[in-house]
Design a binder for this molecule. Structure first.
Ligand SMILES: Cc1cc2nc3c(=O)[nH]c(=O)nc-3n(C[C@H](O)[C@H](O)[C@H](O)COP(=O)(O)OP(=O)(O)OC[C@H]3O[C@@H](n4cnc5c(N)ncnc54)[C@H](O)[C@@H]3O)c2cc1C
Length: 404
């Protein structure tokens, strides 16, 4: 996996953030939207299939289940390619102390209720088992681990999906690759001199490993406050954010506010702007654990430091804090590197969508992207994309001579 860093950011200190596909700020403009060239995919004899779904998280499974239920049951009709070793999408990687009862809200996959489970169980375990059962019960044709490297325009009006030495020629592609593999780390001057340890949310396993240390938690989102609430009781924490955090007035996001936030992100995506997280447009949820941390005085936020030094951070007013570990809770970017050959990225750094359909490549749908990056959004988007794909397939006759 890659971590995306600020373009000016040198490699990290001795213990580098070296998890997934690391992203940096701002999103790189890889190819202009207009007139992308057809790419020589250097693959002979891709397997012909009607639809390739890339990713078997909530969004990919919702799409695949709808396609399967509506009749795509043959091997040359549907395939799901997933980069992970097992089922569960990003949930399988979440830290063990994220319990079923402390996750915000996990919506069930279409047509199958979540199992009744002890809320104290790790969400990673319960969701991975549930997704696995779903795949088996619905007979979803998931191949893993298969990491898609590239989607490009091929012959016969097909998109060629390439993964290592394997390739599929698809009439439609649903890309449902989430964000977990693209953790984002912003650039802060002097970070290359910092001698301590750096971790991103994706590396966090438990507060125990940080016990007794001086930990700088960076970020104003939900993961930052959740991890602070866990780490602050056992470590000396300093919390820094770019902007003062905004707490939701009633502690949780109401339906109207939720709809308005999603509509705002939808607008951005339609215009080809990089999607924002919903929290950045609404506010932070006050869970009981977070409230307890706040009442204990553990959520005292400071502005971002001006720079890192070998032993910590310094603010503009000259004050300094010694730091052993930096915990970057600075979010993610969409994992869409495999779509680069299609040249869809706008100059602003987003991909223009109309609903789930890529405006500049109508055979491609993106689900779990932008406004649908939540379990409920992923469900809706996955099903909507599948319905549109089915309509398109019905409209487009299959060429007589199909690739082998
Ligand atoms: C820490 C954290 C907590 C969250 N908690 C909640 C919550 O409580 N409730 C909620 O609604 N939402 C929550 N979210 C948002 C959450 O990410 C979404 O709700 C949803 O689970 C994402 O589903 P997805 O299918 O889009 O992506 P993922 O679950 O990330 O699945 C993507 C899949 O695509 C695969 N993949 C990626 N790249 C490739 C590739 N190139 N080739 C092949 N396969 C690939 C991956 O292996 C993975 O299986 C949380 C997010 C984070 C980061």
């Amino acid at each position: 996996m890659e971590t995306q860093r600020h373009p000016g950011s040198p490699a990290a200190g001795p213990v580098a953030v070296a998890p997934p596909d690391v992203v940096t700020e701002p999103a790189p403009v890889d190819v202009a939207v207009t007139q992308p060239a057809a790419v020589d995919v250097m693959v002979t004899q891709p397997a012909a299939v009607d639809v390739v779904v890339i990713g078997a998280g909530q969004a990919g499974l919702a799409a695949a289940a709808t396609l399967r239920r509506r009749g795509l049951t043959a091997a040359d009709e549907l395939v799901v390619l997933d980069a992970d070793n097992g089922p569960g999408g990003a949930w399988q990687h979440r830290w063990p102390s994220l319990r079923l009862g402390t996750a915000h809200r996990i919506f069930p996959l279409p047509g199958r209720p979540l199992p009744v489970a002890d809320p104290e169980l790790p969400a990673a375990e319960v969701v991975a088992a549930y997704f696995g059962d779903y795949e088996r019960e619905l007979g979803l044709p998931v191949l893993r681990p298969v990491r898609v490297d590239a989607v490009a325009r091929g012959e016969d009006d097909r998109l060629v999906v390439r993964a290592g030495g394997r390739a599929w020629a698809a009439r439609a592609v649903v890309s449902a690759t989430g964000t977990w593999r693209s953790p984002f780390v912003p650039h802060v001057p002097g970070i290359e001199t910092f001698a301590g340890r750096q971790m991103h949310t994706v590396d966090y396993r438990s507060a125990d490993e940080l016990a007794g240390l001086r930990v700088l938690v960076v970020g104003g989102g939900a993961s930052a406050v959740q991890l602070l609430a866990e780490v602050a009781p056992v470590a000396t924490t300093t919390w820094v954010t770019r902007r003062p955090p905004v707490w939701l007035p009633e502690g949780t996001l109401g339906e109207d506010a939720g709809r308005a936030a999603v509509a705002g992100v939808e607008r951005r995506v339609r215009e080809g702007l990089p999607p924002q997280s919903v929290v950045s447009t609404t506010g932070l949820v006050m869970t009981p654990a977070v409230r307890a941390a706040r009442d204990a005085g553990q959520l005292q936020r400071l502005p971002m430091p001006a720079r890192f030094t070998p032993d910590g951070v310094t603010w503009a007013d000259g004050s300094h804090a010694a730091v052993d570990v930096v915990l970057w809770c600075t979010g993610f970017r969409p994992s869409v590197q495999h779509l680069a050959p299609l040249g869809l990225r706008t100059r602003a750094g987003g991909i223009r969508l109309d609903g789930t359909r890529a405006v500049d490549e109508p055979r491609l749908h993106l689900v779990g992207y932008g406004p649908s990056a939540s379990t409920i959004g992923a469900n809706r988007a996955g099903q909507a994309a599948a319905r549109e794909v089915l309509r398109d397939l019905a409209r487009t006759p299959v060429p007589a001579a199909r690739p082998a």
